[in-house]
Design a protein around this ligand. Sequence first.
Ligand SMILES: [Zn+2]
Length: 63
Amino acid sequence: MKNDSEVRVCKNKKCKKILPVSYNHKYCEACRNQHAQTVKKGIKIIGLFAAVVLSSEKINHKK
Ligand SMILES: [Zn+2]
């Protein structure tokens, strides 16, 4: 007997895409990709900031 009432949907309230039973994530693939993109962007910004700090330090140390 299949319990059809246990349909899992994406936790993203704007998405709520129905997830397959075998799917082990709380968010659908699209939302997970989007989240990964956001994380990547954040890392990029931090990296950029670090690069700016490093280059400005280099300039300060110039004689
Ligand atoms: Zn989703």
